[in-house]
Design a protein around this ligand. Structure first.
Ligand SMILES: NC(=O)c1ccc[n+]([C@@H]2O[C@H](COP(=O)([O-])OP(=O)(O)OC[C@H]3O[C@@H](n4cnc5c(N)ncnc54)[C@H](O)[C@@H]3O)[C@@H](O)[C@H]2O)c1
Length: 323
C-alpha cells in the first residue's frame, strides 16, 4: 500500500493531483501539504510544510510512513524573474531536501519514490524549437529554466549514485479551470477564457504567432500518475521526460474560442513574458515517453476549449489571480 505526500498541494497542479491520488489510493493514504493554508482536495490529512525545512519534511514523512513524495513547490517562470535568488533557493533546495531524504531513507531500507516536475523552460534559444528532441541543446535563459535544468541533472545523479527512484516530466504549459495558474509564461491560455466568459476583450501578453507546447490538466495528471505507476525497469530516463499534449498560439486559441463565443475579441500587448516564450520550444518529441510508459495525449484543442468554457467559474478573485 502506498502512502503519498503532495508538497505544493495548494497550487494549480497540486490541488488536482491530490484529488486524483485520493481517488486512486484512498483519502486516508494521501497527505496534502503546502506552506500556505490549503484545502484538503479530497485527502484526509493536511500538513503545513515549508519544503526548505528539511527536519520538518523528515518528521512528516516518518510520521505518516510516506512511500511517495510529489514535490511541486516552486517559483514559476514569470514570478521567478521578479525574485531570482528566491526562485533558485526554493527550486533547488526544495528538490535537494527531498532527494537527500529519499537517499537517507533508502539506505535505511525505507524507500521513498519521488516525483518532481521539470518544464519546457529547461530548453533555450538554441534548442531546436519544432519537435524538440528528448536529448538536445539546453541553454535556458530564465532563473526558473536554469533551476529546472539543474534539477534534472540532480534527479539523474541521485538515481545513478544512490538508486533513488525519482521520476520527472518536462511539463508543457498546463491549462486548467479549477485553480488559478501560478505565475508562468503560459498563463495567458487560462486568463483568456476568464476574459472571454466575462465578455471582455483579452489583452494578450504574448504575440499572436507565439506557438508553445501546452497540455490540458486531465492529460497532465494522467501522465504524472502513469509515470509514477510504471515499473522501474521500463524507465530509461531519470532526468526528465518530454511529454507533449497540444501545441497552439494565441491566434489559434482565440479562433477556437470565437467558434464557441462569436463576440470574443483579443488584442496583443506583449510584455516581458514574450521574451521568455520566444526561447521555448513550439512542440515536443515525446517518443521516449510513449515507448517507455505508454504515454498518449487524449485532449486536443477543440475539446479543451469546449471543456474550459463549460466548466470555468469566473469569480472576481479567480480573475484577479489569473490576470
Ligand atoms: N503550471 C504549469 O503550467 C507548469 C508547467 C511546467 C512545470 N510546472 C511545475 O509544476 C510544479 C507546480 O506548478 P504549479 O503551477 O502548480 O505552481 P503553483 O505556483 O500554482 O503552486 C506551487 C505551490 O507551492 C507552494 N509553495 C511555495 N513555496 C513553498 C514552500 N517553501 N514549501 C511548501 N510549499 C510551497 C505554494 O504555496 C503553491 O501552492 C512546479 O514545480 C512548476 O515549476 C508547472
Amino acid at each position: 500500500m502506498e502512502r503519498i505526500l503532495v508538497i505544493g498541494a495548494n497550487g494549480q497542479i497540486g490541488s488536482e493531483l491530490v484529488e486524483a491520488l485520493a481517488i486512486q489510493h484512498g483519502a486516508a493514504n494521501v497527505v496534502a501539504a503546502d506552506i500556505s493554508p490549503a484545502s484538503l482536495y479530497g485527502a484526509q490529512v493536511y500538513e503545513v510544510i515549508d519544503v526548505l525545512n528539511a527536519q520538518r519534511l523528515a518528521d512528516v514523512v516518518g510520521q505518516y510512513q510516506i512511500t511517495q513524495v510529489y514535490q511541486l513547490a516552486a517559483l514559476l517562470s514569470a514570478t521567478g524573474e521578479q525574485a531570482p535568488l528566491k526562485a533558485w533557493t526554493l527550486n533547488m533546495d526544495g528538490l535537494l531536501n527531498i532527494l537527500e531524504l529519499a537517499r537517507i531513507r533508502g539506505a535505511a531500507g525505507q524507500p521513498l519514490k519521488v516525483f518532481w516536475p521539470s518544464s519546457i523552460a529547461a530548453f533555450g534559444p538554441n534548442t531546436p524549437a519544432v519537435n524538440t528532441p528528448q536529448y538536445t541543446v539546453m541553454d535556458p535563459s530564465t532563473i526558473y529554466g536554469i533551476s529546472k535544468l539543474a534539477g534534472e541533472r540532480l534527479c539523474e545523479y541521485y538515481f545513478q549514485k544512490y538508486g533513488v527512484d525519482v521520476r520527472s516530466i518536462r511539463y508543457p504549459g498546463i491549462i486548467s479551470y479549477k485553480s488559478p495558474p501560478g505565475g508562468g509564461t503560459t498563463d495567458y491560455a487560462i486568463a483568456i477564457f476568464h476574459a472571454a466568459l466575462r465578455g471582455e476583450c483579452y489583452p494578450c501578453f504574448l504575440e499572436e504567432e507565439t506557438t508553445l507546447p501546452m497540455i490540458y490538466m486531465p492529460d497532465a495528471i494522467r501522465a504524472t500518475i502513469s509515470l509514477m505507476d510504471a515499473p522501474a525497469a521500463e524507465l530509461s530516463i531519470r532526468s526528465s521526460y518530454n511529454v507533449a499534449g497540444v501545441s497552439f498560439n494565441p491566434r489559434e486559441l482565440a479562433t477556437a474560442i470565437k467558434q464557441n463565443l462569436p463576440g470574443f475579441d483579443i488584442h496583443y500587448a506583449p510584455d516581458s513574458r514574450q521574451a521568455i516564450a520566444a526561447t521555448w520550444p513550439q512542440s515536443l518529441d515525446d517518443a521516449q515517453a510513449r515507448k517507455d510508459w505508454g504515454w498518449q495525449p487524449e485532449v486536443g484543442l477543440q475539446q479543451m476549449v469546449q471543456d474550459m468554457l463549460k466548466n470555468i467559474q469566473v469569480t472576481p478573485k479567480e480573475l484577479h489571480k489569473a490576470a
